[in-house]
Design a protein around this ligand. Structure first.
Ligand code: NAP
Ligand code: ZN
Length: 346
């Protein structure tokens, strides 16, 4: 067993503290990864605060993991010691159901094993990437392309794939008008990826304070949701809207921005239910959909796409003793655009 240094939290209103956790002995298909950088996703905050339901504390969050392979099991064939690798939001799945067989392990019919706050096949609670090491079966590890720095690679493992997957699935590309609602961690990646796919991208943010950045990330237009004229001006405009907002918003107002047959995909995951007036959908044969991260094959495809198009998140690297402060800033929408923990400070 490997003892990893980690940062854990013991309850919804508690602060992070230094601790040690045990990582399991390597099974034949397992890889031991020395974590170098770990991103802070808003999902870490929802979970740590118990907003999505009861959590078994102590909790070590973190599902945007970038590091180096330091040991491999006897049967491992895809990776060797020294490889640059990543781990995202899940660390296992049944591998046999029709969704796993299709490479959509995130939708495993028996439930995927989340990187933290889950239970693995040995019956042990999973603990995430705010730690120096992790052991993962090789099928849930991806390769980080050489031209992506490890600190910038980390957020791609959740924010990158969560936005790439629906953009890919709903055909963002030339001739498509795509709106991204909320420009935080996920939102800013969505802007970069959708523009690289060739779509015409508009950002809908609470204010215009990040407009310059949005245009630099590739958006053509940038509007403030706080301006009521935004909604009348953009009515019936978009083929695809990706909503990344972590809080409850007025969905009907956003449906009104979809064109005939347009789709709004929710990736934001607020704890409270979102109300829908069906007439907002019926009127123009609009769809309301959801999407959860992406499969392992698609995650590798996303990393290779980002490498090819020189796409990386804009990050703020912090030391491990600043996690509580980073959470507060994310909650205040004061993040540009992803906090990444330097694990050497663990
Ligand atoms: P984030 O960095 O905090 O970004 C969310 C953005 O939403 C904020 O930057 C802000 O953008 C906007 N926003 C926040 N509160 C708002 C409010 N009350 N009204 C309107 N806009 C508001 O969070 P994230 O890490 O990108 O995650 C976003 C959401 O996606 C979270 O709920 C997270 O749990 C979820 N998530 C889902 C998946 C999935 O698989 N579906 C994966 C990862 C994360 P502006 O400042 O531009 O207004
Ligand atoms: Zn995440």
């Amino acid at each position: 067993m490997v003892t990893a240094k980690a940062r854990a939290v013991d309850g919804p209103d508690k602060s992070f503290y230094e601790t040690e956790i045990q990582r399991r002995d390597l099974d034949i298909n397992d890889i031991l990864i020395e974590i170098k950088f770990s991103g802070i996703c808003h999902s870490d905050i929802h979970t740590a605060h118990g907003e999505w339901g009861p959590v078994n504390y102590p909790l070590v969050p973190g599902h945007e993991i970038a590091g180096i392979v330091t040991e491999v099991g006897s049967n491992v064939s895809k990776y060797k010691v020294g490889d640059r690798v990543g781990v995202g939001c899940m660390v296992d799945s049944c591998g046999e159901c029709k969704n796993c067989q299709k490479g959509e392990e995130q939708y495993c019919l028996k439930g995927n094993v989340p990187t933290y706050a889950g239970v693995d096949k040995y019956g042990e609670p999973t603990q995430g990437g705010y730690a120096t090491h992790i052991v993962v079966t090789e099928d849930f590890v991806v390769r980080i392309p050489d031209n992506i720095e490890l600190d910038a690679a980390a957020p791609l493992l959740c924010a990158g794939i969560t936005t790439y997957s629906p953009l890919n699935h709903w055909g963002a590309g030339p001739g498509k008008k795509v709106a991204i609602v909320g420009m935080g961690g996920l939102g800013h990646m969505a802007v970069k990826i959708a523009s690289a796919m060739g779509a015409e991208v508009t950002v809908l943010s609470q204010t215009l304070s990040k407009k310059e950045d949005g245009l630099e990330f590739g958006a053509k237009e940038y509007y403030a949701m706080s301006d009521p004229e935004t909604f009348s001006k953009l009515a019936g405009t978009f083929d695809l809207i990706i909503n990344t907002v972590s809080a409850k918003i007025d969905m009907d107002a956003y449906f009104s921005l979809l064109t005939l047959d347009g789709t709004l995909v929710n990736v934001g995951a607020p704890a409270e239910p979102l109300a829908v007036n069906v007439f907002s959908l019926i009127g123009h044969r609009r769809s309301f959909a959801g999407s959860m991260i992406g499969g392992i094959r698609e995650t590798q495809e996303m990393l290779d796409f980002c490498a090819e198009h020189n796409i990386a998140p804009k990050i703020e690297v912090i030391s491990a003793d600043r996690i509580d402060e980073a959470y507060e800033r994310v909650l205040a929408s004061d993040v540009k655009y992803r906090f990444v923990i330097d694990i050497s400070t663990m």
